[in-house]
Design a binder for this molecule. Structure first.
Ligand code: KIV
Length: 270
């Protein structure tokens, strides 16, 4: 049920699969709170990802590593309350999908405490047994390969993946293994566009690209990058379509000025 109380049927995996089979591109965006979720939902995205980008986008951390399962559960429950149509996906945070049983325990909590419909986990072909374990228990999974921010210290920075033959082989092997394990979609983050195109053409499940070119089966962006709500520059691949930071900043400056002006009281917030 949305915050407004309207009941609308939520999209299911079968709906997404049929849109994908018809060749329709899938739109996914992140959201971290009920109000944004409602706006994003009403604007027509098929999937809302409560990304662990929560850490750097909302909670003020340097990266996603400090984000906890409790953080994710709190924000995802809000997103579920705010939305009524989109499929809501919780991003399993650092340390909660290290092995199949740990991921299962975390996902059971997630499903029981948030009402979301799927989880996402970062990891290459070595995560396939974890994906399989969750899917066997009725927990839909989105896989995530390429640039995986939870491994930032291992990767040594943010860069495009799929430039060398070993990297390309790893990406292809991982995409195939994760699909076989039952992932219903695979996020390709910062993958060379030609490699992303090739992977997309070989899979039976949709790829969702971010910084991986236009030929994935769908796209995902961090909402703050899309709407210009950040104090840091958006990544180069993100087309910033609004200046919400500017709107907030102007409104607050006007408010401060008006509050301090001697005419305070003329149509003011009193
Ligand atoms: O955490 C996140 O927002 C993500 C997307 C960028 C794919 O994982």
């Amino acid at each position: 049920m949305s915050i407004q109380g309207a009941s609308q049927k939520r999209l299911t995996l079968r709906d997404l699969q049929s849109l994908y089979s018809r060749g329709e591109k899938l739109a996914m965006l992140t959201a971290y709170d009920a109000v944004t979720a409602q706006l994003v939902d009403e604007a027509g995205v098929e999937m809302i990802l409560v990304g662990d980008s929560l850490g750097n986008v909302v909670l003020g951390f340097e990266n996603t590593i400090p984000v906890t399962l409790d953080d994710m559960i709190r924000h995802t429950a809000a997103v579920v309350r705010g939305s009524s149509r989109a499929l809501v996906i919780l991003d399993l945070p650092f340390g909660t999908a290290t092995d199949p049983e740990t991921a299962l325990r975390a996902s059971i909590r997630v499903f029981q405490e948030t009402g979301c419909q799927a989880v996402k986990l970062e990891g290459d072909f070595k995560s396939a047994p974890t994906v399989r374990r969750l899917v066997e228990q009725g927990i839909p999974v989105v896989a995530h390969i390429g640039l995986t921010p939870q491994s930032i210290h291992q990767l040594g920075g943010f860069y495009r993946h799929g430039k060398t033959s070993p990297e390309i082989e790893l990406l292809k092997k991982s995409a195939a293994a994760l699909q076989e394990a039952g992932a219903f979609a695979i996020v390709l983050e910062c993958v060379m566009p030609d490699v992303a195109t090739e992977i997309t053409s070989t899979l039976r499940v949709p790829t969702i690209g971010i910084g991986s070119g236009p030929h994935c089966s769908g796209q995902v962006l961090v909402i703050n990058d899309l709407i210009g709500l950040s104090v840091r520059p958006a990544p180069k691949f993100a087309r910033v379509r609004a200046d919400v930071a500017g709107v907030i900043s102007r409104a607050v400056r006007e408010y401060v000025q008006a509050t301090k002006s001697p005419e305070n009281g003329m149509g003011m917030e009193v």
